[in-house]
Write a protein of this length. Structure first.
Length: 290
């Protein structure tokens, strides 16, 4: 198992927002945003945490099994980009995250956002990072090469367009952006977004197949589909930069509503995050093997 190093992100990298109007992924620009010269530069070659990251992957009774001996190595030769939404330093660099970047369909969006949080203060960026590292480790254990769009949870960015560019790298088979929503407290459930109407072939049937595989795996793990957005856990979107700019099958998973007390409690525990990660990994693996 091996993990490719992620080329680090430039000065103004930051993340897209969540929820019906938010946006987490996007295509890279090779130059830094110049509207915030006073922001400290981001190291040019940050290393992605090794697959042996200290973040554990405890199993829960309802967690789908991954990876058993029978599946070890079954994803060899496949490459997946996992995009943990937002970043821990976004809130302290508003000029960076508010700088406009390309968002596809002739639009621009802010470079990134700070994301949502539970009422108790557990931040979406921390949730997304933890789940993403677990997904990485589960897929890598099955032989896949997994690339994270950011190396840790302490930086700024990258911008949504830069994240999309990482996902469009050579040989990438699937892109999964991981988020949690911030809707009203009575709203519950997950949903999987894809670009719709599609702008290229990859955004059409392949992206729908990836979204459906992850949706089915999450339902199979016992997670309810959203009762406030999308249909049966799937949501076609034309406003998410990372999906609009994608040239590979790409989806965005809003795992839970952090404003719902029950889902917030689950997302705030290691066991709960392990369940989300295991279900996503099962769905991605199913897509790659189909």
């Amino acid at each position: 198992m091996h993990v490719r190093r992620v080329v680090s992100l430039l000065l103004l990298a930051a993340l897209g927002g969540c929820g019906p109007s938010g946006d987490p992924a996007s295509a890279p620009s090779t130059t830094s945003v110049t509207s915030a010269p006073s922001v400290p530069s981001i190291p040019s070659t940050p290393s992605v945490p090794p697959a042996s990251s200290p973040t554990p992957t405890p199993a829960a009774p309802s967690t789908p099994s991954v990876p058993a001996a029978s599946t070890a190595g079954d994803l060899a030769g496949r490459t997946v980009v996992v995009d943990p939404g937002h970043n821990g330093g976004n809130a302290t660099h508003p000029r960076v995250v508010n700088a406009p970047v390309p968002a596809g369909r002739g639009r621009t969006k802010p470079c990134n956002t700070t994301g949502s949080a539970t009422d108790a203060g557990y931040q979406e960026h921390a949730f997304a990072w933890d789940v993403a590292v677990r997904v990485r480790d589960l897929l890598a254990a099955r032989g896949a090469e997994v690339i994270l769009t950011r190396p840790d949870d302490d930086g700024v960015g990258p911008c949504v367009d830069r994240r999309a560019a990482i996902g469009n790298g050579p040989g990438v088979d699937a892109v999964v952006s991981i988020h949690a929503d911030g809707s009203g407290p009575r709203s519950r459930g997950f949903h999987v977004a894809r670009s719709d109407p599609p702008l290229n072939a990859a955004q059409g049937a392949p992206a729908l197949a990836l979204a459906t595989a992850v949706r089915d795996a999450m339902r199979g793990a016992g997670f309810p589909t959203a009762d406030y957005i999308g249909s049966a856990g799937l949501d076609g979107r034309d406003d998410l930069a990372g999906l609009n700019l994608a040239e590979r099958p790409a989806i965005l998973v809003e795992c839970a509503n952090l404003r719902n007390p029950g889902e917030a409690a689950a997302a705030s525990t290691p066991d709960g995050r392990a369940r989300y990660a295991a279900a996503i990994a099962v769905g991605v693996a199913q897509f790659l093997r189909s």
